[in-house]
Design a protein around this ligand. Structure first.
Ligand SMILES: [Ca+2]
Length: 242
């Protein structure tokens, strides 16, 4: 003989309500809670695996870019040896201008004659921002993407002679850097005094920051520590200089 129809109705209603003084009716709620905890655990595990996979993929992309160009990442540099002269704050996202960035960490040494050679990278349409730099005395440029104030996961810095043309980014290049600045993921950028980027008074330079890959976004902070360097805002962009 089957169970009374009335009992089935009580259990069904109690299970749907999730609250009842009937002892048997607590089971569905407990099962639901356990299922929820299990689902949350699986979600966190999945997110963790995806994040780890993304970081691994990024390193693979970086390794391929460097291998294709035959360059090594600049590492073990001395940062911020000077007094901070200016802090540039801005943001890169879908509304930023885009360009097809050149291979990072090239040329191997700064080309102050404005003829630095870096091939076209596979990262096209990356968001960028640019800032005009001037110095009042000959000195080596120090520009660091600071982890504090930066939510970008992976930046690239470029330095160009004037003018910088985002439709022809292979022209007027002086130097670039991918990961010297460190940061939580070790992927922020920096130009250090040991890079020997000797800027000259009377010349204008363009400091360009971009994401490593298209589709990335976040805030950035660049500290300039060279003794006489100044950054000139560009009106079309959203940033501030203090
Ligand atoms: Ca980077």
């Amino acid at each position: 003989m089957g169970r009374p129809v009335g009992e089935l109705n009580v259990l069904r209603v109690s299970g749907e309500m999730g609250c009842s003084s009937i002892r048997g009716a607590f089971l569905p709620q407990e099962v639901t809670m356990r299922r929820s905890i299990l689902c949350l655990g699986l979600l966190f595990l999945t997110v963790g695996l995806v994040t780890a996979q993304s970081a691994a993929d990024k390193e693979t992309v970086k390794a391929r870019e460097r291998a294709a160009a035959g360059v090594q990442s600049h590492r073990n540099v001395t940062l911020l040896s000077g007094t901070r002269r200016a802090t540039i704050n801005g943001r890169l996202d879908g509304s930023s201008p885009k360009f097809d960035r050149r291979i990072a960490d090239l040329p191997a040494t700064p080309d102050l004659s404005c003829n630095g050679v870096a091939g076209d990278s596979a990262s096209n349409g990356v968001p960028y921002a640019m800032f005009r730099l001037e110095v009042s005395a000959t000195e080596n440029l120090e520009a660091v993407v600071q982890a504090a104030g930066t939510t970008l996961a992976d930046s690239v810095l470029y330095l160009y002679c004037d003018p910088f043309d985002d439709q022809n980014p292979g022209a007027n290049l002086i130097f670039s850097d991918d990961d010297d600045g460190g940061g939580p993921n070790g992927q922020l950028s920096a130009f250090s005094v040991s890079d020997a980027i000797a800027l000259t008074p009377g010349n204008q330079y363009w400091l360009v920051i971009s994401t490593f890959s298209p589709g990335e976004s976040g805030d950035f902070q660049i500290d300039l520590t060279s003794a006489t360097v100044t950054a000139v805002p560009v009106e079309i962009q959203r940033f501030s200089v203090e």
